[in-house]
Design a protein around this ligand. Structure first.
Ligand code: ADP
Ligand code: MG
Length: 437
């Protein structure tokens, strides 16, 4: 049994994997990884329950890659499928597995909605070992015969509860039904409610269950503030928070509200970008990349963003619209203070919203500070560095991308590669993961 001090090598991972992880700054396993890797390497079905940010991707991803290494997949017949609820998550999984996959000679490609089918079909036809997909798009390609899933011997369902929330279970079922019935299956979820039980019963055979029960928030070093603001002052409080230095994510309930706030922030000189489900995939990818590389410090988002997106060091998360419940609070708040970093989570509530907000805080089990604030309140300055917005409107959304040469203008954390770039994509059906080095 691995103990707390196991290394990745102790867990049975090959030296090339250990070195690949070291190259991206991953030195020692997180608890869920220590718990899962050996069993997954042994081929067991796995049921993993762990909160957001606990490191599930590598927990299932490393054993999966290592088990596939050495073999090869025939055209359009991948040997593994990883299902994720959103495009962003699928792309992040692909990215997280990039180094170890490269080291093991395993080909990984994302197949997500919102990018041209043609390119994905071509990519699959050139041979892909692991498909990281949103269930709808993959089911689509399978149904039309563009991909044959019968050789899939390792399937992963990531964020199963989220899949259920989004109504994707029929497609998940349909994809899993096409895979090898004797294959290994792993299912991960922060919670096991919803219809997740049903999936587990149907697809996992005597799974090894691993639960890592860190209170998702309390464990981390986030501080939680509930600011009570008068309705008429709320807009200027939001603007002064958004004008702070450092990466900030603002959550609102509707796409309309997100766009409206983004425009209004930009009109007072805050370089904000919006992220929600109506944006094209290219736009969302570019927005995340700009946020990640710091050119756009403020992201205004609906809850599409609230889960599983890993942008390092977001120092402040603001619930501009108070979250509906503890679960939503937790998912949104999980964007900051990741992997032990510190962060501040702010909820803005008007008088009438305050009682519900207090209930949410109680249910989320957080130790929150409740403070009444006015615009220009020194508390805003001391807690999060709020300041008056510059006032001069921000002109373009992505000023540096016009040249196409600016590092990371459009390419996530990989400098110099634009999505859809003609530079022969070696990995990744999205074209985003073009050959590097
Ligand atoms: P989850 O899927 O459980 O929400 P992720 O797998 O996305 O979590 O990991 C969360 C963050 O922690 C990511 O930024 C990832 O790079 C980082 N991470 C994962 N495992 C390790 C590790 N062993 N050491 C350091 N950082 C890690
Ligand atoms: Mg995850």
């Amino acid at each position: 049994m691995p103990d707390h001090h196991s290394t990745f090598a102790d867990l049975g991972l090959k030296p090339v994997v250990v070195h690949a992880l070291r190259r991206v700054g991953v030195e020692s396993p997180f608890p869920i990884q220590t718990a899962v890797v050996q069993d997954a390497l042994a081929g067991s079905d796995i049921l993993g329950r762990a909160p957001t940010g606990s490191g599930k991707t590598l927990a299932f991803g490393l054993p999966l890659l290592q088990r596939l290494s050495g073999g090869s997949s025939r055209p359009s017949r991948p040997r593994s499928v990883i299902l994720a609820p959103t495009r962003e998550l699928a792309l992040q999984i692909e990215q997280a597995l990039d180094e170890p996959a490269l080291a093991l000679g395993v080909r990984v490609a994302a197949v997500v909605g919102g990018v041209p089918v043609r390119r994905q079909v071509d990519r699959l036809a050139r041979g892909v070992d692991v498909v990281v997909a949103t269930p709808g798009r993959l089911e689509d390609l399978a149904a039309r015969g563009s991909v044959d899933l019968s050789s899939v011997t390792i399937s992963v369902v990531d964020e199963a509860d989220r899949m259920a929330d989004l109504g994707f279970l029929p497609q998940v079922v349909s994809v899993l039904d096409r895979t090898d019935a004797d294959g290994q299956r792993m299912l991960f979820s922060a919670t096991l409610d919803h219809d997740v039980d049903e999936l587990i019963r149907r697809y996992l055979r005597s799974p090894v269950t691993h639960t890592v029960d860190v209170a998702p928030i309390a464990e981390r070093t986030a501080e939680h503030y509930f600011f009570r603001v008068a309705g008429p002052e709320k807009d200027s409080v939001v603007a002064s928070i958004a004008a702070r230095d450092g990466r900030t994510i603002l959550f609102l309930r509707t796409k309309f509200a997100v766009d409206r706030l983004t425009d209004s922030l930009r009109s007072v000189g805050v370089n904000a970008a919006s992220l929600h489900g109506d944006k094209s995939q290219a736009n969302r990818t570019r927005t995340l990349a700009s946020f990640e590389d710091g050119r756009v410090p403020v992201l205004v988002a609906t809850d599409v963003m609230a889960r599983g997106i890993h942008v390092g060091s977001v120092s402040v998360v603001v619930h501009v619209d108070p979250p509906a419940d503890a679960k939503e609070y937790t998912h949104r708040a999980g964007r900051t203070a990741r992997a032990g970093a510190s962060g501040v989570v702010v909820t803005l509530a008007t008088d009438s919203q305050m009682p519900a907000a207090i209930e949410v805080a109680t249910a989320a089990g957080i130790d929150a500070h409740f403070v009444a604030v006015t615009e220009d309140d020194p508390v805003l300055v001391s807690v999060i560095g709020a300041r008056r917005p510059p006032g001069r409107p921000v002109a373009e959304h992505f000023p540096a991308s016009a040249t196409g040469t600016s590092a990371a203008a459009t390419s996530g954390s990989r400098p110099g590669r634009a999505p859809g770039s003609s530079r022969s994509p070696r990995r990744g059906a999205t074209g985003r993961r073009s050959g590097r080095r």
